[in-house]
Design a protein around this ligand. Structure first.
Ligand code: BES
Ligand code: MN
Ligand code: ZN
Length: 483
């Protein structure tokens, strides 16, 4: 999908499809009004068939007075309620209609709409991400592909060119590529996307964009003393791997399959535990995006990658292990493995003397109960960092909600046999998981993103979302601009 910025008038644009916005009260957006005048009111006459909700569409062919083959009208919802949500719905509705239609090229007049106080660059970023999301396919494992995949080859944003808009466009395209990479890694099954596969993918990105990379094998981790990380990898026949450079550190949970280990998970929906490496995928997607847009940022990714399997060599409930930090942990539940690999990866990340560290993990089912599938859970030991992440998340519309990380919760991690237990009971399960990690990040400016509810969708539309790549890219860009 190619994107370009070109000032075009909507009535004379010779496009396969001109996409125009219309509010629920039948008020036409300015480009729609121009086409309506050129068509001598034919556009307005057709409006009775346009669904009123934001994202509803109506296709008009051969509209008199319009040079384009087709005109796609898109509902914007109530004028008074028009904001980020309806704008994104409109883009998604338009994208779905363009896909149905099999349109080869389109001119998207929606980008010129005023969305609250957002600059046009915001519209451009969200239009690119929305379109690319709708046209994403994962069919590499199907032998019978459904017909020709719909391809929208050319999309024109009818705007007058300026540097900010051009920059927003390149940022968005690179971000969309990063999101697509994260989605594909997430969607790949655990028999293909193994820890070694993740390491190879990291090597490929490093080679393509000339980035530094280091892969730690099992014996390196043994030498380092990553006892907690290795306790999770014990029963896996797949060797673990990790990747590392400097100073915003992104640490992504890379459990390529989480059976629960000896504390085995129930069978229902266990397949979805192939998505348990979504944190790792988001780190790779973000680094790929930042490298592709040649962003002046200094980012290091650390990816602890392993499977969590039962087996004769597996860790057992009650086992005590020594972490890279030297603190000991009693493993009361082998299914709380994410925090075990992350604590060693976070301790390792401190070597890069990072300015800030963010870990990203599908860490707790409890986070899904607390926040559902809308917001990512945000925890931080630094309020300014939390505020900056929150702001970036809102701009990216890849939203987060901050949860407490108070000392009061720490006592739930008490152990009779080690410095701490790896679980803190049912109450506040996502908070005690974060509190566990907090014990390994006391000397760091650190934030934790629990993406258990936002990294993938279940049910009919099962598949990876690529979240929180848009948030992380936005944050890294804003953060480096401040430094
Ligand atoms: N990967 C899971 C968390 C998860 C579960 C994410 C379901 C999305 C959907 C994690 O490793 C896990 O198993 N966590 C346990 C922790 C518990 C044993 C304290 C959980 O959430 O049940
Ligand atoms: Mn688990
Ligand atoms: Zn897990």
């Amino acid at each position: 999908m190619q994107f370009s910025i070109k000032a075009l008038s909507p009535e004379t644009a010779k496009s396969g499809c001109v996409v125009l916005g219309v509010y629920a009260n039948k008020e036409l957006s300015p480009p729609a009004a121009r086409v309506d005048r050129a068509s001598r009111g034919a556009l307005r006459n057709a409006l009775v068939d346009l669904p009123v909700k934001a994202g509803g569409t109506l296709l008009l062919r051969g509209l008199p007075g319009a040079a384009a083959e087709r005109v796609l009208l898109v509902g914007l919802g109530e004028r008074e309620e028009f904001a980020e949500g309806p704008f994104r719905d409109a883009v998604r509705g338009a994208a779905a209609a363009l896909r149905e239609l099999g349109a080869k090229d389109a001119a998207l007049y929606l980008v010129d709409l005023k969305v609250g106080a957002r600059p046009v660059a915001w519209n451009v970023r969200h239009a690119v991400l929305g379109l690319r999301e709708a046209f994403y396919r994962f069919d590499q494992l199907k032998t019978q592909k459904k017909g020709n995949p719909p391809i929208l080859e050319q999309v024109v944003f009818p705007l007058s060119k300026n540097q900010k808009i051009q920059e927003a466009l390149s940022e968005a395209i690179a971000t969309a590529d990063g999101v697509a990479l994260a989605r594909t890694l997430g969607n790949l099954p655990a028999n293909i996307c193994t820890p070694a596969y993740l390491a190879d993918e990291a090597k490929k990105i490093a080679k393509q964009f000339k980035l530094g990379i280091e892969v730690l094998e099992k014996r390196d981790m043994e030498k380092l003393g990553m006892g907690a990380m290795l306790s999770v990898a014990r029963a896996s026949h797949q060797p673990p791997g990790a990747k590392g450079k400097k100073p915003l550190a992104l640490v992504g949970k890379g459990v390529t399959f989480d059976t629960g280990g000896i504390s085995l998970k129930p069978a229902g929906e266990m397949d979805e535990m192939k998505f348990d490496m979504s944190g790792a995928a988001s780190v790779l997607g973000t680094i790929r995006a930042l490298a592709a847009m040649k962003a002046p940022v200094n980012v290091v990714g650390v990816i602890p990658a392993t499977e969590n399997m039962p087996g004769g060599a597996a860790s057992k409930p009650g086992d005590v292990v020594t972490t890279l930090s030297g603190q000991t942990v009693e493993i009361l539940n082998t299914d709380a493995e994410g925090r075990l690999i992350l604590c060693d990866a976070l301790t390792y990340a401190a070597r890069f003397e990072p300015e800030a560290v963010i870990d990203i993990a599908t860490l707790t089912g409890a986070c899904v109960i607390a926040l559902g599938h809308v917001a990512t859970g945000l925890f931080a030991n630094d309020e300014r960092l939390a505020g900056d992440i929150h702001e970036a998340a809102d701009e990216a519309w890849d939203r987060v909600w901050q949860m407490p990380l108070w000392e009061d919760y720490q006592e739930q991690l008490r152990s009779n046999f080690a410095d701490m237990a790896n679980i803190g009971g049912r109450p506040g399960g996502s908070i005690t998981a974060a509190c566990f990690l907090a014990r390994f990040t006391r000397k760091l400016r650190w934030a934790h993103l629990d993406i258990a509810g936002t990294a993938w969708r279940s049910g009919r539309e099962k598949g990876s979302t690529g979240r929180p790549v848009p948030l992380l890219v936005r944050f890294a860009l804003k953060h480096s601009a401040k430094m």
